[in-house]
Design a protein around this ligand. Structure first.
Ligand SMILES: [Zn+2]
Length: 461
C-alpha cells in the first residue's frame, strides 16, 4: 500500500453523516460515519465526524446516503456503444458475424464518441475504475487505444485498457472476417509500444495497460503464447474471453482436442496475473483450477443473459478462492453499460443457479468493488474504503423513492431499483456531483453518440 498517510494531516475533502460499507477484509460498516481524503488518498474512515477537519476542508454532506468504494468494471468494449440494438435474438457467434462487418468501418472519430458515451454511463452508475478490451483494429482505422485513453482522461476515470487483438480470420479457420484481423508481428510490436508509452505501474496509477488477444476462435495459438510471454516480460496483466458458449466449447474440442480451460492452461494462460471474461461453461475441476492458480473472472451477468449464453458458477468460483469481479461487457450485447445494476443481475443469476443462499447482497457489492480490484491487480490501492487507499468513493442516495425506509442500505443497492450515483470521487476528485457528471457534458455526449452511430450504420453493408 506504500507509505501510510500522516493521520495528523488535515483532510482536504470530508464526507460526513453517511452510512458506510467499507468492503475491507473485516467487512466493517458504520451506520453514520465519515471518509476523509487528503492528497487523493483516504486518511481516515470510521464512525462519527472526521477527526481534525479544518474549517477550510471541502465538506460533502453524506446525510441520507450510503458510501461505498467506487465500483470497478472488469470487462468492456467501449466501441460497441455505436452498435446497440442489433442482432437482438442472436447467440454469440451469430451476433458477432452480424456485427463484425460494421465494426470493420471504425475510425477515430467514431471511437471517440463511443468511448465518451460508455465512460459517461459508467461514471453515472458509480464506476471509478474501468477496463476496456479493444480488439477490432479496422485497417487504416487509426489509433483507437490513444483515443480511448484520452476519453478516459477527460472523464477522470481510472483506466485499464487492454491492447486487444485478433490474428485468425475466416481464411485461417477463425470466426472474424479477414479485414478486421492483424498480422501477429504487427500486434506484438504495437502492444509493446503501447506498454512503453502508457503503462504506469505505480501505486495510485490512473492508467495501466493489459494484453488482450480476443478469444480461442479469433486468435492463433502462437499469438496467445507470445502475448503471455510479452506480458510476463513487461509485468502487465493478461485478459481474454473464455468459456462463454457451448459453441466455443465445440470449436475448441474440434480444433484443439481439448476444452477451453485446458487449452488456456496448456498455453500458460492460467495464473494470478490473468483475468478472463465470462467463464460460464466450467466443470467442477476447472472451477477448482481457477482457485488453485488465482485466475480472475470478469462475470458479465446481463450480457450473458442477453445472449442466452448461460449462468457462470460464481458461487463455486468464490468458494474455490478465485478473484471474481463484475463487467458490463460491450453495450452491443446489453444495451445498457451501467455497472450498478450488474450487482443485482449477479445476485439474481447466482440464485437462479444455486438457490437463495448462493450470493448475498454484500457478496454482490464485493464483486463490484474489491473483487474487481483483485482481478485488475489493484487490491492494494483501490476496491475498499481504508486509510492509505485511493480516494475512490461512491455516494448513493438512500432517502429517495427507491431507497427510503429500507432496512438495509446494501440491500437497496444489490436488490433495489437501478440507481445513478449521487457523488463519485476518483482520487478525491469530484467526477459526479448531485447526480450530474462534472467532467463531461451529458447532452453533448449523447448528441455525438447519435451522430456517430448513424454514420457507422450508413457505412455498413
Ligand atoms: Zn466481451
Amino acid at each position: 500500500m506504500g507509505e501510510v498517510p500522516d493521520p495528523e494531516r488535515s483532510p482536504e475533502t470530508v464526507i460526513e453523516g453517511c452510512a458506510i460499507a467499507t468492503m475491507d477484509a473485516a467487512g466493517s460498516e458504520y451506520a453514520s460515519g465519515h471518509v476523509a481524503i487528503s492528497g487523493g488518498r483516504i486518511i481516515s474512515v470510521g464512525p462519527g465526524p472526521a477527526p481534525g477537519a479544518a474549517a477550510g476542508a471541502s465538506r460533502i454532506d453524506g446525510g441520507g446516503c450510503l458510501a461505498t468504494p467506487g465500483l470497478v468494471n472488469c470487462h468492456h468494449h467501449l466501441y460497441q456503444w455505436l452498435t446497440r440494438g442489433l442482432a437482438q435474438e442472436a447467440g454469440l457467434f451469430g451476433w458477432l458475424r452480424a456485427l463484425y462487418p460494421l465494426w470493420a468501418h471504425l475510425d477515430e472519430g467514431l471511437e471517440s464518441a463511443a468511448a465518451g458515451a460508455g465512460l459517461a454511463m459508467l461514471a453515472r452508475s458509480g464506476c471509478s475504475t474501468t477496463t476496456d478490451h479493444h480488439y477490432v483494429w479496422a485497417h487504416e482505422g487509426g489509433d483507437f487505444l490513444r483515443v480511448e485513453i484520452e476519453a478516459a482522461q477527460a472523464a477522470g476515470l481510472r483506466f485499464h485498457p487492454c491492447r486487444g487483438s485478433m490474428d485468425l480470420g475466416v481464411s485461417g479457420g477463425g470466426l472474424p472476417p479477414d479485414e478486421v484481423v492483424e498480422e501477429r508481428d504487427t500486434i506484438l510490436i504495437r502492444t509493446e509500444e503501447a506498454i512503453a508509452k502508457w503503462h504506469d505501474p505505480s501505486p495510485g496509477s490512473m492508467l495501466q495497460i493489459a494484453i488482450g488477444p480476443c478469444s480461442p476462435f479469433s486468435v492463433t495459438r502462437q499469438l496467445m503464447t507470445e502475448s503471455a510471454d510479452l506480458g510476463r516480460a513487461k509485468g502487465v496483466r493478461l485478459h481474454t474471453h473464455l468459456a462463454e458458449t457451448t459453441d466455443e466449447e465445440s470449436y475448441c474440442l474440434e480444433r484443439f482436442g481439448v476444452r477451453p480451460v485446458q487449452y488456456l492452461d496448456e498455453l500458460g494462460w492460467l495464473g494470478d496475473d490473468v483475468w478472463l471474461a465470462h467463464c460460464i461453461h466450467l466443470s467442477p475441476d476447472e472451477v477448482a483450477r481457477f482457485g488453485a492458480t488465482g485466475t480472475g473472472v470478469a462475470h458479465c451477468p446481463s450480457s450473458n443473459a442477453r445472449l442466452g449464453a448461460g449462468i457462470a458458477p460464481v458461487a463455486g468460483l468464490l468458494e474455490a478462492g478465485a478473484p471474481v469481479g463484475l463487467g458490463v461487457d460491450g453495450a452491443a450485447s446489453n444495451e445498457a453499460g451501467e455497472l450498478e445494476p450488474e450487482m443485482k443481475q449477479s445476485l439474481l443469476l447466482a440464485r437462479l443457479r444455486g438457490g437463495p443462499g448462493a450470493l448475498t447482497a454484500r457478496r454482490a457489492l464485493s464483486l463490484a468493488t474489491i473483487g474487481g480490484a483483485r482481478c485488475l491487480g489493484r487490491a492494494t490501492d483501490i476496491g475498499s474504503l481504508e486509510a492509505g487507499k485511493q480516494g475512490d468513493v461512491a455516494l448513493w442516495r438512500m432517502d429517495d423513492l427507491g431507497g427510503a425506509g429500507i432496512a438495509d442500505p446494501v440491500a437497496a443497492l444489490a436488490l433495489g431499483p437501478a440507481r445513478r450515483v449521487d457523488t463519485l470521487l476518483v482520487a478525491g476528485r469530484r467526477i459526479v456531483e448531485d447526480g450530474r457528471l462534472v467532467t463531461l457534458d451529458e447532452a453533448r455526449v449523447a448528441l455525438e453518440l447519435g451522430r456517430a452511430s448513424r454514420r457507422l450504420a450508413g457505412a455498413g453493408p
